[in-house]
Design a binder for this molecule. Structure first.
Ligand SMILES: [Zn+2]
Length: 262
């Protein structure tokens, strides 16, 4: 049975003023994303932009010999598929769903039209793009200068933050892609964290037993990136969120009651 959600569970959508929000929402459709689903690969056409609700996506840059490296995450705080606003519908990176969950999506063509006509949306997207650019720069420096274990902890915490749970799904194979490391290097980092009881891992499920202890094991990049996310919405946009009507939303042409999942 389809889980009905409200668009305001996405922080970026929730920050829009009522006139822009009401215009945009009817063009959204609800989709369920499965853990591990590749939403788009580098070089593929971006057919939709996504507003995650209860899922998170990892962005991977793809280098020579198809080597990959994590450059950021996008969850309910933002939007996925931003190259379309630059007039480029070809993905420059790979995006993979990191949790079973819900997102709202809109065709790239519809979003271009909405974006060109919505002043607040433009301002928020510009700010979001800036934050993601800063975070991608920090991630690059992190991968260059910090040890595998601390980078792994940073990614675990960032993923956990976005889906608001202490249990996340991940395969060791995917971790090698995120960290750009050999499997044996990732295994050593994993074993070190497990031996200190900072994580528990079984059948692709990773559990954080002690959040405070795990944060202490992360590199400083985690807190810097988290602070960037926390400062994403300026006070003005946050204040406007409360004026969004909460009676009935028309989603993809259907009337749906507003049931929050977050
Ligand atoms: Zn770091």
């Amino acid at each position: 049975m389809e889980h009905i959600i409200t668009p305001t569970a996405n922080k970026l959508l929730a920050s829009l003023p009522p006139n822009e929000f009401d215009h945009l929402v009817p063009k959204l459709e609800q989709v369920e994303l499965a853990f591990g689903k590749k939403i788009f690969d580098r070089g593929e056409r971006i057919g939709h932009v996504y507003f995650p609700i209860s899922t998170v996506t990892t962005l991977l840059t793809v280098g020579p010999l198809d080597l990959t490296l994590e450059i950021g995450l996008v969850g309910p705080e933002g939007i996925l598929g931003l190259p379309v606003i630059a007039g480029d519908k070809v993905a420059p990176y790979c995006a993979v769903a990191q949790a079973n969950g819900t997102a709202l999506r809109m065709s790239a063509e519809d979003f271009e039209i909405e974006y060109s006509n919505a002043e607040t949306l433009q301002r928020i997207i510009l700010r979001f793009s800036y934050v993601k650019m800063v975070q991608a720069s920090l991630a690059s420096a992190c991968h260059r200068f910090h040890e595998t274990e601390k980078r792994l902890v940073r990614w675990i915490l960032m993923t956990s933050d976005r889906i608001a749970t202490s249990e996340i799904l991940v395969t060791r194979d995917f971790l090698t892609k995120i960290l750009g490391e050999r499997p044996e290097t990732v295994d050593r980092a994993f074993a070190s964290l497990e031996n200190r009881n900072l994580i528990k891992y079984s059948r692709n499920r990773l559990v954080i037993p002690d959040r405070v202890a795990l944060e202490a094991a992360a590199c400083k990049c985690y807190k810097i990136i988290r602070d960037e996310d926390d400062n994403f919405m300026p006070a003005q946009e946050t204040a406007e969120r409360s004026t969004v009507p909460s009676s009935i939303y028309t989603l993809g042409g259907k009337k749906t009651p507003p049931i929050a999942v977050l």
